[in-house]
Design a protein. Structure first.
Length: 261
């Protein structure tokens, strides 16, 4: 094989090999949307608990009743930070504290709700030659809601005698994520925060702003409209002080002042 043929063969081989490539994709067991909904609900519930009566007190934080909660490490850390931020002295050893603060979580989880206006995906049962095994979903309108909810409470009792000294009401908070499809277009999403609506996980495209040229409206004068005559201000009468002195007399033009008898 001569040299030009070898060069051409190498170039063709490089072109064929250069177009090959793979990318590995993976997903976490729990979606980011689910974790964000729950953590935001936890934040709102925890921040609404007023722990000011425990300020400047030595407390031991008991987390034994929330160790099996969803995102329990985040929940425990959020509650502990809330106590510290409000002036509580959180001690590691129970015997060094004056009070024990115990946490409880009634709800830490999510709900899922779907709405479909159209024909759902359906199976045709036994396969028929030439026929599909299932019919695809045909939706005019489709909505999916995911709700994250947290119900959290705290109470404190004296370490030695066990008397209840303080209790908070259970605080309930929920966050909602929405996804909407209309006429096969979507999803349009709101992720449970105060952010803008997103289009398939991304910010919606912004339409370019068109700069409109400044228009000047010409002023046209009507030909049949007469010109406005100039107005002359009449002469003002002298002050009353001069009239009373008799130095000034007013006479209308062309006439003498009539004398009343």
């Amino acid at each position: 094989m001569n040299q030009p043929t070898q060069i051409v063969s190498l170039v063709l081989l490089a072109v064929c090999l250069g177009g090959c490539g793979t990318t590995r994709w993976s997903d976490t067991p729990r979606t980011a949307t689910e974790q964000r909904l729950i953590s935001n609900a936890i934040d709102e519930s925890v921040n609404s608990i007023d722990v000011s009566p425990l300020a400047h007190q030595k407390v031991f934080f008991d987390t034994s009743n929330i160790d099996d909660s969803v995102q329990q490490k985040y929940l425990i850390s959020s509650l502990k930070y809330h106590l510290l931020r409000n002036g509580c002295y959180v001690l590691e050893k129970k015997e060094d504290a004056d009070y024990v603060v115990e946490a409880r979580a009634g709800v830490i989880g999510t709900d899922h709700h779907d709405l479909l206006i159209g024909i759902p995906e359906s199976s045709l049962g036994a396969g028929i030659p030439g026929m599909p095994a299932s019919l695809p979903e045909m939706a005019l309108y489709k909505k999916t809601n995911q709700l994250g909810e947290a119900k959290i409470g705290l109470f404190a009792y004296h370490r030695t005698d066990g008397n209840l000294v303080w209790s908070s009401d259970t605080k309930i908070s929920n966050k909602l994520a929405k996804s909407v499809w209309a006429m096969g277009i979507g999803p349009m999403q709101r992720d449970g925060t105060d952010g803008p609506i997103r289009w398939a996980g991304e910010a919606p495209p912004q339409l370019p702003k068109l700069a409109m040229p400044a228009l000047s409206v010409p002023q046209f004068a009507r030909k049949d409209q007469p010109e406005t005559p100039e107005y002359e201000m009449p002469e003002l009468a002298p002050p009353p002080s001069e009239l009373d002195s008799g130095k000034v007399s007013i006479q209308p033009a062309g006439n003498e002042i009539p004398v009343l008898k």
